[in-house]
Design a protein around this ligand. Structure first.
Ligand SMILES: Nc1ncnc2c1ncn2[C@@H]1O[C@H](COP(=O)(O)OP(=O)(O)O)[C@@H](O)[C@H]1O
Ligand SMILES: [Mg+2]
Length: 360
């Protein structure tokens, strides 16, 4: 069973109808998540599709509130009670996780999909040693002995390059720096040997130099173990040397999907283009520009393209019609009416203001 309801241009081996089963480890198709709120249902994720293959890294990039975390929680079966998946599928090595009970879903992910959260200090328990926390799951779920667990904890800290691991497993989280704590979180996520690691803004809380070290470490481990890595970030600047593919999210939807290199050279969506312009320069000269305005809240989406109120290439059609998913080049998707123009570096043709007063 490898039916794909619509092509996901992301990744090197998109599966055409009738082709061999997809090689995707994790395949998210048309995922839609709604929250129950006093004002009615609010759609936080809207028909999101992506795929992650063994040995590849997918970066999911978007401003705060674009649905990056909520979509990941849905993948892991960890949505809060007020949210539910209203549409779509999440396949892990071919099994539709959303067809399982919540308990089975989580159990299945517990072994095969791990997540690293942004705030390591909040995720670690201050009253237990780092070594204890690294191996709690191994002892509980795999019945590992104390001695073996201690040995494994040292191995895990070595793996994430925490110096002097043998001594440090006995220390408490507050004795670690921010960067070292984030390494502990990564080690903890790796304890069960997952096939897929979802890292949700793993370096946002860290300073720039430490960010780069932690990202490099993640990339190394990913390559070594041939894991699938989903790297979530609001900063398009950090994914260049790390990701293979990029999904850009805006207001709950994927607006552009492509291999990483062309995202930088020929972005096919005005939002991606604007994100690129807002990357701080390496010289520390600050942001070149900030995208004016704010993303819409899920309860108050504008008509037409969700990005149109902030778009510097907006035309009349954008204010009324939701853009279809265009495929401006092989392996690429852009939800822009003018994807081909933007990708080619051309501005879309101006609106024809003379047609307003014609006779019927
Ligand atoms: N508990 C909640 N109740 C209602 N809406 C929520 C809740 N959590 C998140 N949302 C909505 O889902 C959207 C996506 O949130 P999130 O996935 O956390 O964004 P990101 O991780 O991209 O910053 C937010 O804009 C927010 O409005
Ligand atoms: Mg988030």
């Amino acid at each position: 069973m490898s039916a794909v309801t619509r092509p996901v241009p992301n990744g090197a081996s998109g599966s055409a109808p009738g082709s061999a089963p997809s090689s995707a480890l994790l395949e998210v198709t048309d995922l839609t998540v709604e929250f129950r709120t006093p004002g009615g249902p609010v759609r936080a994720v809207d028909r999101l599709s992506y795929r992650v293959e063994a040995g590849r890294t997918l970066a999911i990039v978007g401003e705060s509130g674009s649905g990056k975390s909520v979509s990941s929680l849905a993948v892991l079966g960890l949505l809060p009670d007020t949210a539910r998946v209203t549409h779509g599928s999440v396949r892990l090595a071919g099994t539709d996780l959303l067809g399982l009970s919540r308990k089975e879903h989580r159990a299945r992910c517990g072994d095969q999909v791990a997540m690293v959260f942004q705030d390591a200090l909040a995720a670690l328990n201050p009253v237990h040693t780092v070594g204890y926390q690294l191996t709690e799951a191994l002892r509980g779920r795999r019945g590992m002995s104390r001695a073996d667990a201690r040995k494994r904890a040292v191995e895990l800290l070595d793996l994430v390059k925490v110096p002097n691991a043998r001594a440090r497993v006995k220390e408490y989280p507050h004795q670690f720096s921010g960067g070292m704590r984030q390494r502990v979180m990564i080690a903890s996520a790796l304890a069960m040997d997952p096939d897929v690691l979802i890292a949700d803004e793993p370096t946002t809380a860290l300073d720039v130099t430490v960010q780069a070290q932690v990202l490099r470490l993640l990339a190394e481990i990913q390559a070594e173990r041939q894991m699938g890595l989903v790297l979530i970030t609001h900063d398009l600047g950090v994914v260049a040397g790390v990701a293979d593919d990029v999904t850009v999210m805006y207001a709950g939807t994927a607006v552009e999907q492509a291999p990483v290199a062309p995202v930088y050279t020929t972005p096919a969506h005005p939002y991606t283009r604007a994100l690129l312009r807002s990357i701080p320069s390496a010289s520390g000269a600050g942001r070149l520009s900030v995208i004016p305005g704010r993303p819409p809240s899920p309860g108050a989406m504008p008509a037409g393209c969700p990005f149109h109120p902030r778009c510097d290439a907006v035309r009349d059609v954008c204010r009324t019609d939701v853009p279809p998913a265009a495929v401006p080049a092989e392996d690429r998707m852009s939800a822009c009416h003018f994807a081909a123009d933007i990708m080619a570096g051309r501005e879309p043709a101006p609106d024809d203001k003379d047609t307003g007063g014609h006779d019927d």
